[in-house]
Design a binder for this molecule. Structure first.
Ligand code: SF4
Ligand code: SF4
Length: 485
């Protein structure tokens, strides 16, 4: 059989699907080592960050509070209204380009280190499983054992803890949308008083439980789109976790008393530790594979084996395909440069867009129906003025018209209005120009400013009407008709 290479894995099916279509339930072995420790620290920091956000108050609101009911979104001290949602396009685009850039450089580092699926599965749910049922060997033995009181008790405890943790996560997730106080209020009252939230919690808890208790690595392999597109984002110079074929092959068990010529020359002793620890069940020695989530478990497992054999670490390591094949890794290449430029452009536009967010929003729309009304005295335009106060205190706003022609009458809107905390005010603004002074459509400005001068916004609007010549002709005809009578 030819030695496997990085480019050609020796299989053509997903490792977690048997030939009869059934799925082997994986019990990856535990690892210890520098990457395991670093990942644990990073995962606990991420979980602490996630859990603490609803508790930390900035500017009177939780650090992240997506208040859908009030259509206000509080993010780290900045309040966005529904009208600011266009910013999301730039933020998501900027984040997308960042992910492109990081993937082109470092492969699936997001999957292994920061994805919530990996973080919660490896560092919360598998920890519970290990605590209740023991290590991978004991768990496999328990799976194979017939049902007994002991097995039932372990399974019941494990699944009860899974459900409890899933419920805690979903309640905290809900707190991002309705605040902790509201969640606590819901929890303290009967479900019949808040059916919607209760059903959401029940479904989300069930989905989390299903995913983390059973579906697990299938989400990464079968559902996650990022796993698919990453093969288009990386190239032979991207960092991946790989096996050094040139150093490891030919593999074989160390033979103590065999003549040296018969001993395998490669460093891989074929102990299969790297396979036993893999959470997606692959053999990294077969080359880069779609299922690899970059969790680093096989690096620590193999480094441990190498340390025991007094051989250098790094038979499995972070490196590029080029480096594994004996060439030099190039960090600067067209795709990394392009992704970096796109990242800078995306981040720059997103920062500019966010910097334009004001503590209030002002909108001016023409009322539905005819764009203008002409009666015997006036030409009339009707608008709706909408002012949104995004602050948690009341604010007074001045609404002023600029560059208006003489004789224009403004009604339906007081020049100073007060809008309550996080409130919204919608009022009509009616402008009338006497026929005698009307000289045709014209543009004018409307500006809104608050009392303390911190906020000001301008809009340019057009006063619409018929051509002045037509209006005069109609007027003359009317006078003639009146004179004949
Ligand atoms: S852990 Fe290292 S030595 Fe053992 S099989 Fe894997 S690559 Fe070979
Ligand atoms: S091959 Fe290694 S890095 Fe990839 S998923 Fe398996 S254990 Fe993790």
């Amino acid at each position: 059989m030819p030695a496997p290479t990085h480019e050609h894995p020796n299989r053509d099916s997903v490792t977690t699907i048997r030939s009869d279509g059934s799925r082997p339930y994986l019990h990856p072995a535990d690892t210890q080592g520098r990457f395991t420790t670093a990942r644990q620290i990073s995962a606990f920091a991420l979980i602490a960050f996630y859990l603490s956000l609803p508790w930390i108050k900035i500017g009177g609101f939780p650090a992240v509070f997506l208040d859908i009911a009030e259509r206000r979104f509080h993010l780290f001290g900045v309040t966005f209204a529904a009208q600011d949602m266009w910013l999301l396009f730039f933020v998501i685009t900027g984040l997308g380009f960042s992910l492109f850039f990081v993937t082109a450089l470092l492969g699936r580092v997001w999957c292994g280190w920061a994805c919530p699926q990996t973080v919660f599965l490896d560092h919360v749910y598998r920890r519970i499983e290990r605590w209740v049922e023991g290590d991978a060997v004991k768990r496999r033995a328990l799976d194979a054992a017939p049902m007994s009181a002991h097995k039932f008790a372990r399974r019941a405890l494990k699944h009860a803890l899974y459900l409890l943790v899933s419920a805690v996560i979903t309640h905290l997730f809900l707190a991002y949308y309705v605040s902790l106080a509201e969640v606590w209020d819901m929890v303290s009252h009967a479900p019949t008083e808040h059916w919607g939230a209760f059903v959401f919690i029940a479904i989300a808890t069930g989905a989390l439980y299903f995913n983390f208790a059973w579906f697990r690595e299938q989400l990464c392999i079968v559902i996650c789109p990022y796993g698919r597109i990453q093969s288009a984002l990386i190239d032979d110079h991207s960092m991946v976790i790989g096996y050094d074929v040139r150093r490891g092959e030919p593999r074989g068990k160390p033979q103590r008393n065999a003549p040296s010529a018969a001993a395998p020359a490669g460093d891989c002793v074929d102990c299969s530790r790297c396979v036993q620890v893999c959470p997606t069940g692959i053999d990294i020695r077969q080359g880069l594979q779609m299922e690899c989530i970059g969790c680093t478990a096989c690096i620590d497992a193999c480094d441990d084996v190498m340390a025991r054999l007094k051989r250098p670490a790094g038979l499995i390591r972070y490196d590029s395909q080029k480096a594994f094949n004996g060439s030099r890794t190039r960090w600067l290449r067209p795709r990394t440069i392009l992704y970096f430029i796109l990242l800078l452009a995306g981040a720059g536009v997103a920062s500019w867009a966010i910097s334009t967010v004001k503590p209030a929003n002002f909108g001016l729309t023409r009322m539905t129906g005819a764009p203008y009304i002409v009666d015997e005295q006036n030409v009339r335009n009707q608008f709706l003025v909408r002012i949104v106060n995004k602050r948690s205190v009341p604010a007074r706003f001045n609404v002023c018209l600029d560059q208006i022609p003489e004789g224009l009458k403004q009604t339906g809107f007081d020049t100073v209005v007060e809008v309550g905390p996080l409130g919204e005010l919608v009022q009509p603004l009616i402008l009338q120009q006497p026929r005698a002074r009307y000289t045709g459509p014209f543009k004018f400005g409307v500006h809104v400013e608050d009392d303390d001068g911190k906020f000001t916004l301008k809009r340019e609007v057009e006063f619409l009407g018929p051509e002045a010549r037509l209006l005069r002709e109609e007027e003359n005809e009317r006078h003639e008709r009146a004179g004949k009578k």
